[in-house]
Design a protein around this ligand. Sequence first.
Ligand SMILES: Cc1cc2nc3c(=O)[nH]c(=O)nc-3n(C[C@H](O)[C@H](O)[C@H](O)COP(=O)(O)OP(=O)(O)OC[C@H]3O[C@@H](n4cnc5c(N)ncnc54)[C@H](O)[C@@H]3O)c2cc1C
Length: 552
Amino acid sequence: MSGFETKVPQTNAFQTHVVDNQPPEFAPRDLWATDPALREAVAREGGAAFADRLAVYGALAGDELYRLSFDAHRDKPRLRTHDRFGHRIDTVEFHPHYHRILQAALEHGVAGLSWSEEVPGSHVARGALSYLHHQVEPGTSCPLTMTHAAVPVLRHAPALREWADKVAASQYDPRDVPIAQKAGVTLGMGMTEKQGGSDVRANATIATPLSEAGEYSLVGHKWFFSAPMCDGFLVLAQAPGGLSCFLMPRRLPDGAKNAFQLMRLKDKLGDWSNASSEVEFVGARAYRIGDEGRGIATILEMVMLTRLDCMLGSAAEMRMALAQALHHCRHRKVFGKLLIDQPLMRNVLADLAIESEAALALSMRVARAVDAAPHDPAEAAFARIATAVGKYWVCKRAPAFVNEAQECLGGAGYVEESILPRLYRQAPLNSIWEGSGNIQCLDVLRALSREPETGQALLAELDGAHGLHRALDDTAASLRVSFADAKNAETGARLLVEHLALALQAAVLLRAGSPAADAFCRSRLGGEHGLALGTLPMDADFAAIVGRAHAG
Ligand SMILES: Cc1cc2nc3c(=O)[nH]c(=O)nc-3n(C[C@H](O)[C@H](O)[C@H](O)COP(=O)(O)OP(=O)(O)OC[C@H]3O[C@@H](n4cnc5c(N)ncnc54)[C@H](O)[C@@H]3O)c2cc1C
């Protein structure tokens, strides 16, 4: 026997190395218990009575729903225009996990809570549910938010009461049958056409009256029509009296398929679990809501709420990306030390943490204003303008944020199993749909010039934090000057809205006494920051900020 042969290992012949220095699985992770900033925001904004239910959903979302979400995304929805015999069916098939996730969300009130329990704090609590849900499965957030937001519009038509009631019922019934046979319903929205989305006045779909009772026939198309398996859709079309809002059911009361056809599904950058279609109306039956010619004003109530959910959604994407970065850095050693203890990485993580908390804090503050709006004109004015301000800024921040969090994981952050690639593909969407960035900024200018009470509400919010931080006081003073000619400042609208958003975020964080507030004000308002994240001033309280972000 040669000496060479005796060196061959006799056991574990196929083990090439020891797997070491890798973090444990992320899930199960209780998304409520591990998020002090969320728990505090819910309590601060009036949703404390719902804490138990949020705790249940936070645990479910961070365990079962998180695990199921991977397949729901990998296996994209498929359009089936015809059955095997050639009948037109216009159906979209989803992965079974998509249905389970949607069912869980609906049953826990992600779409219906604010309508089933119209008590103070229910919009804040539903917003928090939506935030928890969106962290793990943003695709289903699309039908959830549209279903939630349709209710105030549906309530304008007493004949459609059943639809609003069945949203409040918080049940999932995916069967393609008339709503009289269903325990719960979902709703979508059709505004965007090929020739124009931002400018919906360019809509060309024609609505022809069929009866005195407000029934119409629709002929035309929609270029983007998401979640096309919803039971009904709020649609804009040109009636004889101008652009009007309609409810178009999927199934007619007699069980017949309504006359619209799904032409194809969009091949999207992200949002893969959710289907977005192109649709043509070939004499589809629809019921008018509100007066003819008042379509934009009518549907705006829905859009206000979906825009708030865009903010909450982008804040949720940031939170999940941050949680993943923190999880990795707490377990990964590099150059002999955990990443979370490396000074430069602490700066990155702390900068991400304050951005994430600021996004959440402003979103929840707006949710409180929505709660109070029906009986408090000042809060209604605040909700009106702060939704546009926040939708612009919070959504704008998400893509760069997710990329930075991804980088904290190194190569692992570029791999699907980490969830970060999915978040990265999702992140640009909230700033595009429901009115893209410029549209939000123009809307802020419009509100400032035509509804002066909205500007007053913003300034009152900043006044509430006066004296708490020099950088905020200075910003508030200069904003007061900018307001004077805001209506003529279209070219500079983005900068104005950015400053407004940062000032509002600072005010909320300062009044909340958040450990993130000082670093936020110094970096975002006081100029002590670079263009990239991870550039907080060197004497920031990194331990407190990072510790809070991964507490629990
Ligand atoms: C995945 C996905 C799903 C969608 N689902 C739906 C849906 O279910 N229902 C639905 O109705 N729509 C849906 N949309 C459409 C979406 O709401 C529109 O794409 C969006 O509102 C922008 O409209 P547009 O694409 O026609 O762009 P345009 O209106 O052509 O705008 C292009 C750009 O110009 C900017 N702009 C517009 N006007 C001005 C101006 N005056 N000054 C400066 N800049 C301006 C906009 O901000 C935007 O950045 C979806 C979109 C996506 C991507």
